[in-house]
Design a protein around this ligand. Sequence first.
Ligand code: ADP
Ligand code: MG
Length: 316
Amino acid sequence: MDAGVNEFELIRRFFRGRTGPGVLLGPGDDGALLLPTPGMQLVMTMDTLLSGRHFPEDLPAADIGWRSLAVNLSDLAAMGAEPRWCLLSLSLPQADETWLASFCKGFFALAEQAGITLVGGDMVRGPLSITVQATGEVPAGKALLRSGARPGDRICLAGVPGEAAAGLQCWQAGERSGALVDAFCRPQPQLQLGRRLRGLASACIDISDGLLADLGHVLAESGGLGAGLQLARMPTSAALAGWGSAAQQRAAQLAGGDDYLLLFTVPPVFNLPSQWREIGRVEARKGIRVTDADGQLLTDLPHGWDHFARGDSSHA
Ligand code: ADP
Ligand code: MG
């Protein structure tokens, strides 16, 4: 790192002295010392964000900070877990204190909101890359898995898929504000929803690679099932409906990534709260079939995802 400010000084300034529930020893020693809650199981997840690959190179540091934690919290939400502790590994091209202060602002704003404590990490000099490891807790035996979907289950969402993908395209076109740009820059992990789904959802996943792709993972993990989706039931918003062409909107909804919304299946015996939207049903026949408002089967699924329609499981 730079001659003036060394790694230890930056760690001391930005990361030490943090503590929270269950933290016996936070950043500063060779390792963190944590006290898990009796009766709870640990859930661990990790994601790396590479500059230029997982976020635009000109994304503000505060948004990068928020996002790097949000993608991990979304995985905890998808497991039905309570966020507890996290580790942060930063690879930075230079010891830029202004950048780091801004990164921390976004990162810790979300950490406080979600009730997760940073307990350690690492810092190296290199191309901009951020890795977060997050640990959560879930009551024993209550974790939400991808593998429990059954034919007849309702496939549900509680949010608008496609906004983040549209927002990224807006960003690339030079827009720097608005609902779609915000959806991309500041994903809101659905932790409350994940908690509520414990003991209720038969399967759950967070949409990071696109709705069809992630639904495909649930169906594959649940023993090679299929699904029928109705486009007319797909949640939308004024912002998404006012963006692009109908085909672009559909592509964003079905195949856009980065939403970090929970996609879950619920046995048909449950009535759904009004905020949840059933977009289709799990079926025994392999493949994902999408029908339009007139009940016509879509044959032009967004490019790259047409193999789902044929029941080709090569994506699993
Ligand atoms: P070591 O060489 O023993 O791994 P480091 O110098 O990498 O120690 O880190 C010293 C302490 O600072 C450790 O407790 C580590 O967890 C913490 N730390 C380092 N980088 C970060 C970071 N980015 N965020 C939080 N804590 C960090
Ligand atoms: Mg180290």
